[in-house]
Ligand binder design. Structure first.
Ligand code: NAD
Ligand code: UD1
Length: 346
């Protein structure tokens, strides 16, 4: 398995971990990223960890000429498409920017792939496409809905992929619906580096643990869950990265556009994740209960049967592993990639 792979958004959080696994598996990798939400230091460290080089193109995925140039430069076997904007709250205030970046970006990419005869795509979808799920665990055939432009952009892209597969059987598209990716590479060299105040639980928790913020606000203690706090399916980013390699391998056997959940199948409450972080850090995490966050659902976790059957993949790491690795990353890089630069790698 050493075909050349193009990774859009490969300098970002999930992309950088996946690029590392691709390099370790022997793939030549080209990353296209406009660095709108990434630091090139991430790829420098990926190269250092892999002991191999990545070809990097700083460009927007909507730049058709840049894409054509990459496809001309070498025969790309498949594209893993991470590039996109992902902040739910921001998408509500800036819907046009989200549809332009995410939907128009994917359309441009698919057109360039079609023109180049590369018809293998692994796409970053999200569990957000299930809206407020009617039943748990969530299976891929459950009804889809969106409550914000970010989620709607994922649904529109999924629909485009399904239409494309119907129109031309030569396309193979894996629509990977991630649950809640957290954690970092066990080296602590690469991880999630959010700009500004984090919206999501794990990065916020890490900043509280490191003393950068006084306490965690736990949004809601009256959900219909065993301890009253929200339940999610947190998945270690290294498991997720491996899921992409499994999807690449299985792609020729997948019929058309296939949606596949990537999670652990286990729900974890906010209080359980806080407790796991206390074990990882060795000290108590200050927390306060706060009102529910508008738009939040009580519980969300995956049925991972399709991933096991179709990709021969399952998550192997638990909350303890996720917190241990996330904490190593935070401790070693208190200011993210701004903490320390690896010179001369890119
Ligand atoms: P990220 O922001 O760290 O990575 C996205 C990368 O894409 C960044 O490096 C950014 O610079 C780049 N990018 C954005 N728009 C671009 C454009 N127009 N052209 C070129 N590059 C562009 O986010 P992530 O957490 O790694 O997420 C990757 C993908 O997975 C996204 O599509 C996201 O919606 C999806 N996803 C993420 C989560 C999550 O919780 N992190 C959950 C479900 C789905
Ligand atoms: C977020 C995204 C969702 C995306 C998912 C996957 C939002 C609104 N939704 O949802 O679209 O698919 O990530 O990564 O951003 N919590 C606290 N305190 C905090 C932060 C969060 O108690 O400071 C709680 C939340 O109420 C929730 C849980 O922690 O119960 C997880 O929250 P978060 O990390 O934001 O993820 P999602 O809500 O699943």
């Amino acid at each position: 398995m050493t075909q050349p792979i193009l990774v859009t958004g490969g300098a970002g959080y999930i992309g950088s971990h996946t690029v590392l696994e691709l390099l370790k598996a022997g793939h030549p990798v080209t990353v296209l990223d406009n660095l709108s939400n990434a630091n090139p230091e991430a790829l420098a460290r990926v190269q250092e960890l892999a002991g191999r080089e990545v070809a990097f193109c700083r460009a927007d995925v909507r730049d058709r000429a840049a894409l054509d140039g990459l496809f001309r430069a070498q025969p790309i076997h498949a594209v893993i498409h991470f590039a996109g904007l992902k902040a739910v709250g921001e998408s509500t205030g800036q819907p046009l920017r989200y549809y332009q970046n995410n939907v128009a970006g994917t359309l441009t990419l698919l057109e360039a792939m079609e023109a180049a005869g590369c018809r293998n795509l692994v796409f970053s979808s999200s569990a957000t496409v299930y809206g407020d799920p009617a039943a748990l665990p969530i299976t891929e055939d459950m009804p889809l809905s969106a409550t914000n432009p970010y989620g709607q952009s994922k649904l529109i892209i999924e629909d485009i992929c399904r239409d494309l597969a119907k129109a031309d059987p030569r396309w193979h598209l894996a629509l990977l619906r991630y649950f809640n990716p957290v954690g970092a590479h066990p080296s602590g060299r690469i991880g999630e580096d959010p700009l500004g105040t984090p919206n999501n639980l794990m990065p916020y928790l890490l900043q509280v643990a490191s003393g950068r913020r006084p306490h965690l606000s736990i949004f809601g203690r009256d959900y219909p869950t065993p301890d009253g706090t929200g339940i999610r399916d947190y998945i270690h980013v290294m498991d997720l990265a491996r899921g992409h390699l499994a999807a690449l391998k299985a792609l020729p056997e997948l019929p058309g556009a296939t949606a596949i959940n990537l999670g652990t199948g286990r729900g974890c409450s906010v209080l359980e994740l806080v407790a796991a972080m206390e074990v990882a850090t060795g000290f108590p995490i200050p927390r306060q209960f706060a009102p529910r966050r508008p738009g939040d659902i009580a519980s969300c976790y995956a049925d991972c049967g399709s991933a096991e059957r179709l990709l021969d993949w399952r998550a192997t790491q638990d909350q303890g592993d996720m917190c241990r690795d996330a904490w190593s990353w935070q401790r070693l890089n208190p200011d993210g990639y701004r903490s320390q630069l690896t010179k001369g790698m890119l």
